[in-house]
Write a new protein. Sequence first.
Length: 186
Amino acid sequence: MSPEIEDVKRVLAICFRDGSRQTADDLERILSFDMGWMDTETAHDAIKALVFAGWIIDEDGFLSPNCDIKGINAPLGWQPRPSRLTDPAVNDTGSKKQALQPVEITEVEKSVSQQDNQPVDPRARMQKRLVKFISKQSGIESDEITRRAERKVKALRYCTMWMALCLISREQNLEMNSIIDSFSSR
């Protein structure tokens, strides 16, 4: 087995070690924060490249490995070369369920959060109330609050809508303790 393929299989074995399917966000977190191998943007690119090369299968927003990862071990202190993940060799050994198009993580996030019409994050249920609260306290229209929050989410990339709303609240010098308490008590 070539070192490039061995690195990809080791990464997949680590990311999917518990045997369950993962979302793109989960894989991004594992690659960047948990393992510390790369920054989040490189992890984002690596996941897209691994899906495109057929190493990862995307089924309705949930990702799973497209190769046998049983018995794959990584030596203590081992780290992959990021270039082997962002520009991987094509997977010839996987099943025929290989993805043919790259997956945008934003599309995966949307499909995961829209399952059963319930947001993944329980704090997201309070978004409408928070928009109304900010609007009332600051005197800014609700539509404008929502527009600003969407711009923040787009600009910050990894920011949730409720976090963007909290940032807007802070920018408007609103009392944050009650907002924070409302999120943490749920």
